[in-house]
Design a protein around this ligand. Structure first.
Ligand code: URA
Length: 468
């Protein structure tokens, strides 16, 4: 089941639009697929062959399957599940529904990371240049945020001039010259997932492990990677709320990634508390730069270094994890990743003078509020879900895909679990667009913190490494 990349210029058979007239027009001049039999087969629990799954994905991508039939099929999958073989066949059919990035032979392995998303999760930003500094090539294709989960592209959009939409040829050039690129999926990459995800979103079929595996891995396999590290989060602000669900998803993705020829490993990480000390698009860019300057925050740097170290192990560039971890730390301290970051920004169109001017300013938001501790004690926790909701309501996230976001709002200087506080100690700062929004957010954030008389037990950020 090896990965068989096709050239990136390969055109897809035809584009489709969701819920649109374009499909109706397309349906009149293409042969009909007998889709009903596939729906009935899955409804009755029959195992579909790889050829049938290719026909399903191909027919849908070419606009030959109406949304109501695909929605029924997805619901049948939701209830009946897919076997390992079916999930693999679906994933590969989705990968091959459009262009696959192909990179020239090079001694630098192609690697990437995927996170299932959380609050304050800006790992991709410092990780990509760190990996480039370690001698990898990183074609990091990222997404936008929806709901309480931030999106890497939204964070990067806060950098003056930075372009997140690049042509495949430009992606290839930036990877070759700098070693890393962070950009959005091109229009012709994995078109099947675009249509399927939009349908799942409105039919209650997102939380299906085989569909999630196929959706995530089809996109990552379209990058033609040698190795992939997955950050599967669990907890209050995570896609998977329990550690057990996260483990199940991680195992399925690790198994399939490896079967498809990409060395894959997953970390299970805690997303009950926000990652780092800042959340909100521009504030997270600032914190990423701080990490690249090796100035913390501790939890963010630990996770970034762990992802890099696991990729060094997966590509056999280090004999064992402790050596790999030291290699990653030495590289971070050398300043090379910070230089790579700025090179990547310049290669993707950023105005470095405006960016540096922006970095030097404390806030871009008109209103700042301090959130103070109500009494003495220790920070026992900060509810990441509440924090994510507050940032979304400040305008920093979206409720629907088309909403515009405010990149300047958010929260920084978040006190971390275990920190000792006195009455009136600073627990966080709110950056808001208006005084009323700042006041409301400050009240909600104060309630999101738990302050206890004793320090909480030390909580691990990375609770498990899943290798198979
Ligand atoms: N992220 C994806 O890309 N796809 C899913 O199905 C879920 C999360």
């Amino acid at each position: 089941m090896g990965s068989r990349p096709v050239p990136w210029w390969r055109p897809i058979a035809s584009a489709r639009t969701l819920f649109g007239v374009a499909i109706t027009a397309a349906l009149s001049d293409v042969p009909a697929v007998n889709f009903l039999s596939f729906i009935e087969a899955k409804r009755d629990g029959r195992i579909l062959s790889a050829a049938e799954l290719r026909e399903i994905v191909g027919g849908f991508t070419r606009g030959q399957v109406p949304d109501y039939q695909m929605a029924a099929f997805l619901m049948a999958v939701f209830f009946r599940g897919l076997s390992g073989e079916e999930t693999a066949a679906l994933t590969l059919a989705m990968r091959d529904s459009g262009e696959v990035l192909v990179f020239p032979e090079d001694e630098r392995p192609l690697v990437d990371k995927h996170s299932t998303g959380g609050v304050g999760d800006k790992v991709s930003l410092p990780l990509a240049p760190l990996l480039a500094g370690l001698g990898f090539r990183v074609p990091m294709i990222s997404g936008r945020g929806l709901g309480i989960t931030g999106g890497t592209l939204d964070k990067l959009d806060s950098i003056p001039g930075f372009k997140t939409i690049l042509a495949p040829a430009r992606i290839s050039e930036v990877v070759r010259d700098i070693g890393c690129v962070i950009c959005g999926q091109t229009d012709h990459m994995v078109p099947a997932d675009k249509g399927l995800y939009a349908l799942r979103d409105v039919t209650g079929t997102v939380p299906s492990i085989p569909l999630i595996v196929a959706s995530i891995l089809s996109k990552k396999l379209a990058e033609s990677l040698n190795a992939l590290i997955l950050d599967v989060k669990f907890g209050g602000a995570a896609f998977m709320s329990t550690r057990g669900q996260a483990r199940e998803l991680a195992r399925a993705m690790v198994r399939l990634g490896n079967e498809c020829g990409t060395a894959t490993r997953a970390l299970l990480t805690d997303m009950n508390t926000p990652l780092g000390e800042a959340a909100g698009n521009w504030l997270e860019v600032k914190e990423s730069v701080r990490c690249l300057e090796n100035r913390g925050p501790e939890d963010l740097c630990q996770l970034v270094l762990a992802c890099a170290a696991h990729l060094l192990c997966l590509t056999r560039r280090a004999p064992d994890y402790p050596t790999a971890r030291r290699q990653a730390e030495t590289c971070l301290k050398s300043g090379t990743p910070l230089r790579k970051w700025e090179e990547m920004l310049a290669a993707q169109g950023a105005d470095l003078v405006a960016y540096r001017r922006k970095l030097a300013v404390d806030t871009q938001a008109p209103e700042i509020r301090e959130v103070l501790a109500p009494g003495p004690g220790y920070i026992a926790g900060c509810d990441a879900r509440v924090l994510g909701e507050v940032i979304r309501d400040l305008g920093g996230g979206r409720l629907t895909k088309d909403m515009c976001i405010n990149h300047d709002v958010g929260v920084d200087q978040l006190a971390k679990p275990g920190a000792a506080v006195q009455t009136g100690s600073l627990m966080a700062r709110v950056h808001a667009a208006t005084a009323a929004a700042a006041d409301q957010a400050a009240v909600r954030i104060q309630r999101a913190f738990a302050v206890a008389p004793e320090p909480p037990p030390a909580a691990e950020l990375i609770v498990e490494v899943i290798d198979s």
